[in-house]
Write a protein that binds this ligand. Sequence first.
Ligand SMILES: [Mn+2]
Length: 403
Amino acid sequence: MTEIRFLHIADLHLDSPFKGISSIPQSKWKDIRESTFNAFTNIIDYALENKPDFVLIVGDIYDGENRSLRAQALFQKGMDSLQSVGIPVLICYGNHDHLSGSWVRFQLPDNVQVFEGEVETKTLTIKGQEIYISGFSYKERHVLEGMHRHYPTAKGNHIHIGMLHGSVEGNVEHDVYAPFQKHELLEKGYDYWALGHIHKRQTLHSDPPIVYPGNTQSRHKNEKGVKGFYEVTLTKHHAVLQFIPSSAFLYDVVEVSCEGIVHANELIKHIELTLDHYRKANGNALIELILIDISEETKELIQGSSKEEWLLLLQESLEMESPFIIVKDLHIAQPKKDRKELNMLLERMNEWDSSAWKHVLKDLYRHPKGSRYLPPIDDLFLNETLQEAEQLLSKVGTKVDKQ
Ligand SMILES: [Mn+2]
């Protein structure tokens, strides 16, 4: 059977306002503000150059339900250019660009097929074989129903793909829309599930793939690292996924070791060098700096000036460089000695068995009112508590030192 090749894209959030990002140098603000547009242009350029058989866009194309004119005009232009080289596009809308918003409608070109509010199956004929693609758009912002129920079960020997903007039932980190369980998707017998909604790239299942490509551009500090989409090569029996970056800039955390540093000029030079390496490897970036390996002496040096002064100085020294780096924030990690203690604490917690935990928590569990709200101390509880403790302690390492 001939293989097909398509792009799986989701969560473009065109015209995202970047409200949460403040204190950006004026000269760079435009680069930040335009980044969702630039990421989209990168995607279209990639498609024009690599000519996939088709493109899937799985919801949240627009950041707002009113779909700004500029965002729509740019999207239209991108679709027109794919039309000019004969690339079909299937799109569905998500919770951010649901169908009940009010917007000035653009007429998309003929190569674009749009899913409406009910689940339906569209077909594409690629290299003589029919490809079945099922999906739906959000009728309104809050789609709380498990929409997977309405997806048909795959039949025959065709390739069948599901497009679904939604999340796993019980996910506590995000708003849960169109909730599903992994096994419910597997039961449909599809060859690929193209998901959208969760902005962090992740694979829920590898054979067949059930995949979130993540969003195409970081928009705030909780969306770190390289963002992009997947290029998928698929047959009935085999899938190869290649991640293609699209971000116009990265949001990232960079650690700088301050071992042996005693003077301000050394520190500045050292940070500049580290960021220079970073810039060469990654391009434009908004950076949170974490100074690590801090001795008491270095700590005194740093705390001799305010954080704002350090940031200003760094920003000035970086201003003319391209690709740009903006240092958004600066933290001092705990001195080494304290980190060691934190690690010892974690190690000790790891050694506790359930009876040790019961002993440690006995006051809490014996509390006449509180105890009835507590979960039983079993393996699940212990694993979750340990994970939470690890997360909390790793934050202690970077956040307690406010200058
Ligand atoms: Mn989204």
